[in-house]
Design a protein around this ligand. Structure first.
Ligand code: FES
Ligand code: FES
Length: 204
């Protein structure tokens, strides 16, 4: 096996370098877009320097200093301490890491934290009321036993809240289609659909 083949067979190498090259490419495009003013070029930024990100997370302002390659998922779990958002596949395939970015659902494992500067993030911890009262979707999941092991549940609930707000919960088929990005290895799907139908009637 050649050196390059060995490197490509290492998923950590691939992911880290994919993120690093994405950030470096983005920064390069930004620099190319700048008009030529004749002024001295600014000192080159080292893409591995810590990057400052400020975001409203569950209504609270957080300022973080992160490696530019940090995903939103890792920022939430490891830097903010919000471990409700789960890491399932870490490859955009399971939906366990779903959070709301300005009320739109996103996969936080595929979102660079550097890209959410100035944005609003809502995680599973931010759905309940300040006094602890559960969101109707959280209560509906309990009422319908819409989980078994519970690992996928935070992502399912956050995604379900957005599904209802998007108007994609009119029929069982709609719910199944628009929740299809959230996998449940325990196959609690019938109960999840029932829970979303209950919560929808309470959210609208
Ligand atoms: S952990 Fe993000 S989609 Fe699986
Ligand atoms: S409840 Fe176990 S994976 Fe969904």
């Amino acid at each position: 096996m050649t050196q390059s083949n060995r490197d490509r067979s290492n998923p950590r190498w691939n992911r880290r370098n994919f993120l690093a090259s994405t950030v470096v490419s983005t920064m390069s495009v930004g620099l190319l877009d700048r008009p030529a003013t004749g002024a001295a070029a600014p000192a080159a930024t080292n893409p591995r320097d810590p990057f400052k990100v400020t975001a409203q997370i569950n209504g609270q302002r957080h300022q973080l200093s992160l490696d530019v390659r940090t995903t939103l998922l890792d920022a939430l779990r490891e830097h903010v301490g919000l471990t409700g958002t789960k890491k399932g596949c870490d490859h955009g395939q399971c939906g366990a890491c779903t959070v709301l970015l300005n009320d739109r659902r996103v996969l936080s494992c595929l979102t660079l934290a550097a890209s959410v500067d100035g944005q609003q993030i809502t995680t599973i911890e931010g759905l309940s009321k300040p006094g602890g009262a559960l969101h109707p979707m959280q209560q509906a999941f309990i009422d319908h036993d819409a989980f078994q092991c519970g690992y996928c549940t935070p992502g399912q609930i956050v995604s379900a809240v957005a599904c209802v707000k998007e108007g994609h919960a009119e029929t069982d088929a709609d719910i199944r289609e628009y929740m299809s990005g959230n996998l449940c290895r325990c196959a609690a799907y019938p109960n999840i659909v029932a829970a979303i139908k209950q919560a929808k009637s309470e959210m609208t």
